[in-house]
Structure formats: C-alpha cells, structure tokens
Design a binder for this molecule. Structure first.
Ligand code: SAH
Length: 220
C-alpha cells in the first residue's frame, strides 16, 4: 500500500507513520482514510519521551496514572468499525487518555466530544491536539459512564476503557441508527458493536480485547 498524504492537518505523513500504517494494513485494516490518518499522526508526541523510540511499534504503552495508550491496531480497528456506515457528523469518545485515538477521529469526522476522568491526562491530550492543529475536539473532565448528555444524540460512540456492562446512559445517547463500539467485561473483554434501531439495540461481537477498566464514579 502506498500512503501519500499532502495533509492540511498534522503535516505530512512520516516514514515511521507510513510503516506503521502498512503493518496495520497487513494485519487486516482496509479503510484507506483510517490508514492515512495513522500514517500522518506523530504517535511519538502521545507517549512519554522515554518511550518515544517505541512509539511506532504496534503495542500499547504506559502513559502514566496507571493508564495506557491503546495499541495502534485496536485504534485502527475500532475507528474502522465506527466509520463502517459512513462518516458520522459527531462522535463521542469515552477515555481520552493520551489523545492519540482522539487525534485519529478528529482527522476523520467534523466534531469530536471526548470525556476523561483524569484531569492531568486530559490537559496533556489537549496540548497535543493543539500541537497538531486539530481544533474540532471538545473535551470534558467527567465520568464516562454518564456520557455527555447535553451534546447527545451521537451517531457514533467509542469507548476505550472497559466497563463491566454496557452503560445505560451511552445507549440512551445513541442516535437512531447510531453505533457504539465498546469493550465489555472484566478479565476477558469482548469488543462489541451495538447499533440502535428505535428502542432496540442490536449487538455484534468482534474479538477478545484487553483494556484498562472504565472506572465508575469519583474523578481524579
Ligand atoms: N484511547 C486512549 C486510551 C486510554 S486508556 C489512548 O489511546 O490513549 C483509557 C482511559 O480511560 C484512561 O485515560 C482512563 O483514565 C480513562 N477512564 C477510565 N475510566 C473512566 C471514566 N469512568 N470516565 C472517563 N474516562 C475514564
């Protein structure tokens, strides 16, 4: 695959980003827009400096506060699933973390809303998105179990930490025909696609995954 992007955001694709995108393509990611966003995103600015040399490996890495930046494959896979029915006007993301997944979404959809419960991570993520000249992301310090009611409904919701069960508020904030991509479980977590059809929710299981827990309640 040849990823060449003269990008208005985030600058040109880097050699490291392109190689990572090629690896993900070889692992089954087919959406060209997602691969291009991966190719042009400087993942090294989303990890602690001491781990920058591993930034373009296809692995999760610690980002402090006991949290991790997701593995690029899973970021690409979840994004591809989110865009499967076309580009949503607005996306709700739960678990901003490093902001890497957020930055990919922000290159693909006009409006992103992202909720994070750890304030210091949220601030760092905000600075990184500014550095990439991405200005279509609204952030909230809050409990992702509750979603972001005043901005609902959403055509797409992506959750990048695992709840033990699907949060009712997120189902309620899903637009008609909208899709929720979410890992659910404790030790064993299943990545699910939940689609709203009226008051019915259709569920598909994608694969076994491992995320940090979606912590209920109190903020830090
Ligand atoms: N997509 C992120 C993943 C970060 S890990 C990335 O690639 O960097 C999951 C994130 O979810 C952590 O930052 C964690 O603090 C956050 N999180 C956990 N429970 C939460 C909750 N109840 N509400 C909002 N964010 C939560």
């Amino acid at each position: 695959m040849n990823v060449r992007v003269g990008s208005r955001i985030g600058g040109k694709s880097s050699r490291s980003g392109e190689i990572l995108a090629q690896k993900l393509h070889a692992e089954g990611i087919v959406n060209k827009d997602v691969l291009q966003a991966i190719a042009r995103t400087p993942r090294h600015i989303f990890v602690p400096e001491i781990l920058a040399h591993k930034a373009y490996d296809n692995t999760a890495l610690p980002i402090g506060q006991g949290q991790t930046i997701s593995q690029p494959y899973i970021v690409a896979k979840m994004t591809e699933l989110l865009l499967a029915d076309g580009v949503p006007d607005s996306i709700l993301e739960i678990g901003t973390g490093s902001g890497y997944q957020t930055s990919i979404l922000a290159q693909l959809s006009p409006k992103i809303f992202s909720v994070e419960r750890i304030k210091s991570l949220q601030w760092q993520a905000k600075r990184r998105l500014q550095a990439m000249d991405l200005h279509n992301v609204s952030m909230k310090h809050g409990d992702g179990w509750k979603g972001w009611k005043s901005k609902a409904p959403f055509q797409a919701i992506i959750v990048t930490a695992a709840p033990t069960s699907v949060p009712q508020d997120l189902l309620e904030q899903l637009d008609e025909g909208g899709r929720l991509i979410i890992p659910v479980g404790e030790q064993t977590q299943i990545l699910k696609i939940i689609t709203r059809q009226g008051e019915q929710f259709k569920e598909q299981q994608v694969e076994v995954v491992r995320f940090v827990p979606l912590v209920p309640g109190a903020l830090s």
